[in-house]
Write a protein that binds this ligand. Structure first.
Ligand SMILES: [Cu+2]
Length: 109
């Protein structure tokens, strides 16, 4: 009986440890949110403000039609690899009360 209790205790400890570890792997709040991927074209950029205007394809997961809109970028350096007119693939998270935030962006050939 005592052995069983010890086993259960260890099992609970490992589950707790796994959960803490999983949460610790993410540092930015944005990375904890669901991210979506889409394709589009760069229409305008403002690196100083970490903003980019994209003409993006539909995002079926969010029931978004294709449109031209501004996104914020998580880091200015994300815009270093793209220029106006580039066709791109990007990942973003939704932000309550603000423009969606791009976490990854890369040109496609
Ligand atoms: Cu849009």
């Amino acid at each position: 009986m005592k052995k069983l209790l010890i086993c259960m205790f260890i099992a609970i400890l490992s589950i707790t440890a796994a959960t803490v570890y999983a949460n610790d792997a993410h540092h930015k709040a944005a990375e904890n949110q669901k991210s979506y991927s889409a394709k589009g074209e760069v229409v305008a950029m403002d690196s100083a403000l970490s903003k980019v205007k994209l003409k993006h394809d539909a995002v079926p997961e969010l029931k978004w039609p294709g449109m031209t809109m501004f996104f914020n970028v998580a880091d200015k350096s994300l815009l270093d690899t793209v220029k106006i007119g580039d066709h791109i693939e990007f990942e973003f998270v939704k932000v309550d009360g603000g423009s969606p935030l791009i976490t990854k962006i890369k040109p496609v050939k």
